[in-house]
Design a protein around this ligand. Structure first.
Ligand SMILES: *Cc1c(COP(=O)(O)O)cnc(C)c1O
Length: 359
């Protein structure tokens, strides 16, 4: 029996996608082999590769002066590739809104001089800090649009003028409409809201990687090399790209990003309305900046939280433990989590509350 999986990533995938992949697993169309077995240079695979790129461009309305790259190494590899490839003055600004932003900043500091221009570390990253100023000679400004661990998100994308804005969108990409033209570079590991692990998506304004420092990097670390080779410089993660393509087709059928955003808002509202009125459970993040995708919450009692996780799993609601840095509970409700899953969770929370003699 399939469960409702609230894992922060790798995360639940649309069941329709899994079923289609199962059908095509042994033999893709009439070509006598699985996608996993195809040459990444074959015509059959190239069609899949191209279609995935076209779909992403269409769904995110990516302007024509941007390149889409299919890479590997996760968002974590991007923490290093970004400072290496965007290096001009050797300076970059970082906004610290959580553990991932922290890690991105620490990695960049090995390459260039980083300045923390805003941070919410004083309150355990439970809010999004205002950006009051940035360095005029920064090579880029880095933000994390959705904070997977503490459950916050930027409501408004900052205007950084001529300085390229770089965004880690790992847990928020395709969940709400973004104006890509406001960003110099967007990156995301696929395993949260795009498809299975193994694929990393980079969307980059085409002029950005044109610089001297980047040209001296080993080829595999150069955006320019991957862009020129159409993300086929070396063997691409072909099966992950195929799966991402199926997920993007599914998303298109849900009314695209604007369509799924409405569903995501309704799912998050159901959870937050419940949490705001519950005598037992409460949300952890500042109300003003709450994420649509990751919802950390708690009963305020460690033993009760653990009991909740155990009992929820018994009825098919799994992976609800909070991140060790925040504690408590967390429900990740990415695009592929249906409304029915959130309804079942909220109903179960109501029952749990009653069982505790509250509510
Ligand atoms: C999960 C996550 C990462 C790490 O991704 P990897 O693909 O494991 O490197 C980085 N940033 C954010 C915001 C994440 O949610």
């Amino acid at each position: 029996m399939r469960v409702y999986n609230f894992s922060p990533g790798p995360a639940t995938l649309p069941v329709e996608v899994l079923e289609q992949a199962a059908k095509e697993m042994v033999e893709y169309k009439d070509c006598g082999m699985s996608v996993m077995e195809m040459s990444h240079r074959s015509k059959m695979y190239e069609e899949i590769h191209e279609e995935a790129e076209i779909l992403l461009k269409e769904l995110m309305e990516i302007p024509s002066n941007y390149k889409v790259l299919f890479l590997q190494g996760g968002a974590s590899q991007q923490f290093a590739m970004i400072p290496m490839n965007l290096y001009k003055n050797g300076k970059a600004d970082y906004v610290l809104t959580g553990e991932w932003a922290n890690k991105a900043c620490k990695e960049a500091a090995k390459i260039l001089k980083t300045t923390v221009i805003a941070t919410s570390e004083d309150k355990n990253f439970s809010y999004i800090p205002d950006i009051k100023e940035f360095s005029p000679d920064a090579d880029y400004i880095h933000i994390t649009t959705n904070n997977t661990i503490c459950g916050t998100r930027f409501l408004k994308i900052p205007d950084t003028g001529n300085i390229p804005l770089v965004a880690d969108m790992s847990s928020g990409i395709l969940s709400e409409v973004f104006d890509v033209s406001k960003f110099g570079l967007i990156y995301a590991g696929a395993q949260k809201n795009i498809g299975p692990a193994g694929l990393t998506i980079v969307i980059i304004r085409e002029d950005l990687p044109e610089n001297e420092y980047a040209s001296k990097l080993p080829s595999i670390f150069q955006y320019k090399v991957h862009a020129k080779a159409n993300s086929l410089f070396n063997t691409a993660p072909t099966y992950s790209i195929y799966m991402a393509k199926l997920c993007l087709e599914w998303l298109k059928n849900q009314g695209g990003v604007a369509g799924i955003q409405k569903v995501n808002e309704a799912k998050a509202k159901l959870m937050y309305d419940f949490l705001d009125n519950s005598p037992l459970f409460s949300g952890i993040a500042d109300k003003k900046y709450r994420s649509l995708m990751n919802i950390p919450f708690t009963t305020g009692d460690d033993a009760k939280d653990k009991d909740f996780i155990k009992k929820a799993a018994e009825v098919g609601l799994v992976n609800l433990s909070g991140h060790r840095l925040v504690g408590g509970l967390r429900a990740s409700i990415y695009n592929a989590m249906p409304m029915a899953g959130v309804e079942k969770l909220v109903n179960f929370m109501k029952d749990f509350e009653t069982g505790e003699g509250q509510g």
